[in-house]
Design a binder for this molecule. Structure first.
Ligand SMILES: Cc1cc2nc3c(=O)[nH]c(=O)nc-3n(C[C@H](O)[C@H](O)[C@H](O)COP(=O)(O)OP(=O)(O)OC[C@H]3O[C@@H](n4cnc5c(N)ncnc54)[C@H](O)[C@@H]3O)c2cc1C
Length: 531
């Protein structure tokens, strides 16, 4: 079905969305949390004909789902750990996402440089297995390169001691824009998805979960939202709702999630020119290092630091910055310094806490976990962006199996093209290229006709795009626009700060509410400076 493609964009007028939320009705499904996990559940349920409401306390993807490395991958590291079913599933999901959203998800070639004897054969064998597991979903075969070919393909790599390289394929995407595409496609299928509505508690009837209490964080208006099934997809915050549920039953719960922080440093392409990404599967201290060309810059990452507190805006640590700069210096021809960093940001992985997995968070399972409480609250967490569809399908199947949703929920959902998906993406320059109209896919011509569509402020940012963000993409604040509709905050925080007043002006014309310019300027200041 092509409903996601070439349809007139739905309006996201907040007053209308809130009026729908206030209607007295019982939804089949209420999803709490608008990140990859919640949106994946909502889209699949809506496409199967279930009535769905999704409530996001802040903005779609404002939690972890806008702070990933933006890779659609099976996980070369999980291969080395022997998690073959996890890798197999992710490789097939990778293909499905690339097909459903070719305007914001593209294949990407990776190179693993080799410096030691035997490394090429070792990594090559693993990657051949990766190809084999991908089967029909493969994006290209693994190839072995000698020293000269590697230097040509990845001119930014450290030449000293280089023996060769192994090239393989994975996918990359724009995480926050994919989240928006999921929300908007779910809305096309009748779901009510709304940001800035926080769930404060659960409604119980005869001891069973029967809905949620929610609050519009802009106006303070409260809502009682009745639903047959409630899914807690709040990422690193899942234990809050689980505890509220258990307390009402007079029970205690063990925490399900351990937050593990990962940071990224963003530098200019001159540090890593060319179209290939760098993967070092095991640095000197046993970590994975990436240098990924993304939207005209390079992402250097990442870390895996256990954190006790789950902040919405996690703070990068000095030690994490030191580590990435130091490791980058071992593999990049030109070592970046703090002064070269255009933006620094952190995200929290919701790693599933298992009694069997003690030790550092890099060894805690990356697989998702679904849990149903005795009162019927369904919680989903863990997993990764790449497998959001498989997680969604699992959640619906579990809910149907528990009698919380009708049997139709257990059926595989169709693989839908998402809003903006183009029939022919052969002219797409790839996600390594600077942002531009191509990121809007089939909606680009509609936006070009909006006021200000003919003047480009910056690649991937102009007046019409801001108006479109407010009218059709749920944007309310400068941060919504510059962090998650455009990705300028994450690419170049100082530049984002310079354009913020202009964005605020247009946004205010559209929404009539305070676009929180000064909050954004303070945030951009933090992103611009490495600790
Ligand atoms: C550094 C890093 C790199 C990563 N790289 C990759 C990668 O390259 N590829 C990949 O596949 N995966 C990657 N991941 C993993 C992936 O990003 C996460 O698994 C995924 O984004 C988690 O999504 P989520 O929906 O579970 O959580 P979140 O995105 O955090 O969403 C939860 C949402 O719930 C909302 N919420 C919380 N409480 C409430 C409430 N009371 N009411 C309403 N809403 C509420 C929050 O505001 C939030 O938006 C990475 C993760 C990190 C941290």
């Amino acid at each position: 079905m092509g409903q996601g493609v070439n349809t007139h964009p739905l309006p996201t007028l907040r007053a209308d969305l809130l009026a729908r939320l206030a209607e007295p009705r019982v939804w089949d499904l209420a999803v709490v949390g608008g990140g990859a996990s919640g949106l994946g559940v909502a889209l699949q349920a809506a496409s199967l004909g279930l009535s769905v409401v999704l409530l996001e306390a802040h903005d779609f993807a404002q939690g972890t789902s806008s702070r990933s490395t933006k890779l659609l991958h099976g996980g070369v590291r999980y291969l080395a750990q022997g998690h073959l079913p996890l890798v197999y599933e992710a490789l097939h999901e990778r293909r499905a996402v690339l097909d459903a959203a070719p305007h914001i998800a593209r294949p990407l070639s990776f190179v693993m440089p080799t410096y030691r004897w035997g490394e090429q054969a070792f990594y090559g064998a693993g990657l051949k297995l990766y190809d084999l597991l991908a089967g029909q979903a493969s994006l290209g075969s693994t190839r072995f390169w000698g020293r000269e070919a590697t230097l040509q393909a990845v001119p930014g790599v450290k030449a000293e001691g280089l023996r060769g390289g192994v090239q393989y394929w994975d996918g990359q995407f724009d995480d926050a824009r994919l989240a928006l595409a999921l929300a908007r496609t779910a809305a096309l299928h009748g779901a009510l998805a709304i940001n800035r509505v926080s769930v404060s508690g659960l409604i119980k009837q005869e001891g069973r979960v029967a809905g949620v209490q929610a609050c519009d964080t802009e106006s303070g208006q409260v809502f009682e939202v009745q639903a047959r099934c409630v899914v807690n997809a709040t990422g690193v915050w899942v234990d809050g709702l689980r505890a509220a549920d258990a307390q009402a039953q007079g029970q205690a719960v063990k925490p399900l999630v351990r937050p593990s922080q990962g940071i990224h440093l963003v530098v200019d392409r001159t540090f890593w020119p060319g179209e290939n990404a760098l993967l070092v599967p095991s640095t000197r201290d046993g970590r994975v290092l990436f240098a990924v060309p993304w939207l005209g810059k390079v992402l250097l990452g990442t870390t895996d630091t256990p954190r006790a507190e789950a902040l919405l805006e996690p703070v990068p640590l000095k030690a994490e910055v030191d580590l990435i700069l130091q490791e980058a210096g071992h593999y990049l021809a030109r070592q970046p310094t703090r002064a070269d960093v255009r933006s620094v940001w952190a995200g929290l992985r919701p790693l599933v806490n298992s009694d069997h997995q003690a030790g550092g968070t890099s060894r805690v399972s990356r697989e998702h976990r679904i849990d149903i409480s005795s009162a019927g609250l369904l919680t989903v967490t863990g997993g990764k962006w790449t497998t959001f569809r498989a997680m969604g399908a699992d959640v619906l199947k579990t809910a149907a199996g528990a009698g919380l949703l009708p049997p139709v929920a257990a059926q595989p959902a169709p693989c839908l093209p998402l809003v903006g998906a183009t029939q022919d993406a052969s002219h797409h320059p790839g996600l390594a290229a600077a942002p531009g109209w191509h990121g809007y896919g089939s909606e680009a011509s509609y936006i070009k006709d909006m006021p200000g569509g003919d003047v480009e402020w910056l690649p991937g940012l102009n007046e019409a795009m801001v108006r479109f963000a407010a009218r059709h993409e749920y944007a309310r604040t400068v941060e919504d626009v510059l962090a998650r509709r455009s990705r300028l905050l994450m690419l170049d925080a100082r530049l984002a700060s310079q354009w913020a007043p202009k964005v605020a002006e247009v946004l205010f014309q559209e929404t009539g509410v305070d676009p929180h310019l000064s909050d954004f300027e303070a945030l951009a200041e933090r992103y611009a400076h490495c600790p």
